[in-house]
Design a protein around this ligand. Structure first.
Ligand SMILES: NC(=O)c1ccc[n+]([C@@H]2O[C@H](COP(=O)([O-])OP(=O)(O)OC[C@H]3O[C@@H](n4cnc5c(N)ncnc54)[C@H](OP(=O)(O)O)[C@@H]3O)[C@@H](O)[C@H]2O)c1
Length: 187
């Protein structure tokens, strides 16, 4: 697998490391789906939010840097004026912020089909979060764990009511545990 990756060969999916999000989602409609993408203000999260929105999903960009996320949203809207993206503040290193985000999201009464836990920091200097947890662990793991817990009932309800399987994607690293995805069948 590692050799295929290095040589850029296509895997069983027909795609490789050099495939773009546009190519991977070509011909797939996300219309009628609602997605939360953490860390959508830059990098992989911004491109994920853009692609989901271009394919028709309602995307909630859950971000620490609101102005940067608004700039991303503006760029997507320039490309696709009908795209639906909202920016909501979320600092994953603070449990209070995660709770505030989740309660605001639930209060909006939105469905939730897809949760992409993408935000992350790496190899940061030692620092404790407001809650006294090592910052990288607090951001990448504890914050996303709490966020997922707080949004799970909404995801289950959406899956039951729409009869569409929900999906939680945890973006990680080949140096760690890789990308994991959990499906929520409509039961
Ligand atoms: N790019 C790669 O080659 C690579 C390789 C392995 C794994 N990954 C993983 O892929 C994911 C995305 O990486 P990327 O390359 O796109 O990195 P990136 O451009 O640095 O984006 C990381 C995002 O996470 C956000 N973030 C950081 N701390 C946060 C917090 N406390 N609360 C909310 N958001 C926070 C950042 O927001 P701010 O702009 O506010 O800081 C930023 O939007 C990460 O989980 C990373 O570990 C990437």
């Amino acid at each position: 697998m590692m050799t295929s990756w290095l040589l850029g060969r296509r895997g069983p999916s027909g795609f490789s490391w050099s495939s773009t999000a546009d190519q991977v989602t070509e011909g797939i409609s996300a219309a009628g789906l609602t997605a939360v993408v953490t860390g959508a203000s830059s990098g992989i999260g911004a491109e994920t939010a853009r692609t989901l929105a271009l394919r028709g999903a309602h995307v909630v960009m859950a971000v620490r840097g609101v102005p940067a996320a608004q700039a991303v949203r503006d760029r997507v809207l320039a490309e696709a004026p009908g795209a639906r993206l909202d920016v909501m503040e979320l600092d994953l290193s603070s449990m209070a912020s995660v709770r505030a985000f989740a309660s605001q999201f639930v209060a909006r009464g939105l469905p939730l089909n897809i949760l992409i836990n993408n935000a992350g920091v790496m190899a940061t200097p030692f620092e404790l979060s407001k809650d006294g947890i090592e910052m990288q662990f607090a951001t990448n793991h504890v914050g996303h764990f709490l966020l997922t817990q707080l949004l799970l009932d909404t995801m289950k309800k959406t899956s039951r009511e729409s009869n569409v399987e929900g999906r939680i994607v945890n973006v990680s690293s080949e140096g760690g545990s890789g990308i994991s995805a959990l499906s929520l069948p409509p039961r």
